[in-house]
Ligand binder design. Structure first.
Ligand code: PRP
Length: 286
């Protein structure tokens, strides 16, 4: 039987749907039927295991699974023998310290001597040590945000995404101690075959991520502006330029990055571009 790469993804939780979507966008076919612990892709030697989020780093370290899609927050907190391979651009959040809204917070030294509730004791301890703060860490596994309201702690350290959990619990974010997003992580020392499979998967993921970050652009430009327009949208190697039927005009095709999208469009318009069309890219081989 040929060797299969094993990947762990969240059984439920905020990374689950995007993890499934990413694997499907990488061209993997599998039936993500409910309540299954383990499924196999039908067109790639990959076994997908659905595990409880906080258990995943241990399973990777123990070799039950080879790689995983997990939050960087968990990777840092558990600090196992696994390494980040690729940032995946979703589930962006931060690990922050928050205190009751009415507290007059004066800076990190306010935390001295206080009791902080968290599910991230290791990451919090490192932050406190780095900043020379002596605070008591009270580890709890869930509903951390209610701790100050029931008198269990004077502050918390928890994940913040939209901020609505803090708002609902009358807390305010005072220190960001870690920025996080979903990542692909792998155990050290995978054998040659598994490493080759991992390389293939990473290559596909990079292509999917690049296509999300870029758009195909087509426009018409007066020939006397082509040099400037080439500099604005250099594309991957260089833009494609073809003459239009109308004399003195050309059609320009290129790729633009999503992050600077509107600035680039403004510059193109200032340089006489017309009939600008923006088209999503299905896959981008980088
Ligand atoms: C996290 C965190 C907060 C919430 C913050 O929990 O513990 O409860 O998200 O998000 P917000 O700023 O958008 O309100 P999550 O839903 O990831 O599940 P968990 O409780 O299992 O960590």
């Amino acid at each position: 039987m040929s060797e299969k790469l094993k990947i762990a993804i969240q059984k439920s939780g905020r990374l689950h749907d995007n993890s499934i979507r990413l694997l499907k966008e990488c061209g993997l076919s599998f039936d993500n039927g409910n309540d299954q612990l383990k499924i196999e892709a039908t067109n790639f030697p990959l076994e997908i295991m659905f595990l409880r989020n906080s258990d995943i780093p241990q399973y990777v370290e123990d070799g039950v699974t080879d790689i995983a899609i997990i939050g960087q927050n968990l990777l840092v907190e558990k600090d196992k023998g696994i390494e980040e391979i690729l940032k995946l651009g979703f589930a962006k959040c931060r690990l922050s310290i928050a205190v009751p809204k009415l507290v007059k917070y004066t800076g990190p030294s306010w935390l001295d001597g206080k009791k902080l509730a968290t599910s991230y004791p290791n990451t919090l301890k490192k932050y406190l040590d780095r900043n020379n703060i002596k605070a008591e860490i009270h580890e709890i596994s869930g509903s951390v945000e209610i701790a100050p309201n029931i008198g269990l702690a004077e502050g918390i350290c928890d994940l913040v995404s939209s901020g609505s959990t803090l708002f609902r619990n009358r807390l305010k974010e005072v220190e960001v101690i870690l920025d996080s997003e979903a990542c692909l992580a792998a155990r050290h020392g995978l054998n040659e075959k598994k490493n080759a499979l991992l390389d293939k998967l990473v290559f596909r993921m990079k292509s999917v991520l690049a296509s999300k970050n870029n758009k195909y652009v087509l426009l018409n430009a007066p020939n006397n502006k082509l040099e400037k327009i080439k500099k604005i949208i250099p594309g991957i190697k260089s833009p494609t330029i073809m003459p239009l039927a109308e004399k003195g005009w050309s059609s320009v095709h290129s790729v633009i990055n999503e992050n600077a999208f509107w600035e680039i469009i403004d510059q193109l318009k200032e340089n006489g571009a017309q009939g600008i069309l923006i088209i999503p890219i299905e896959k981008m081989i980088v």
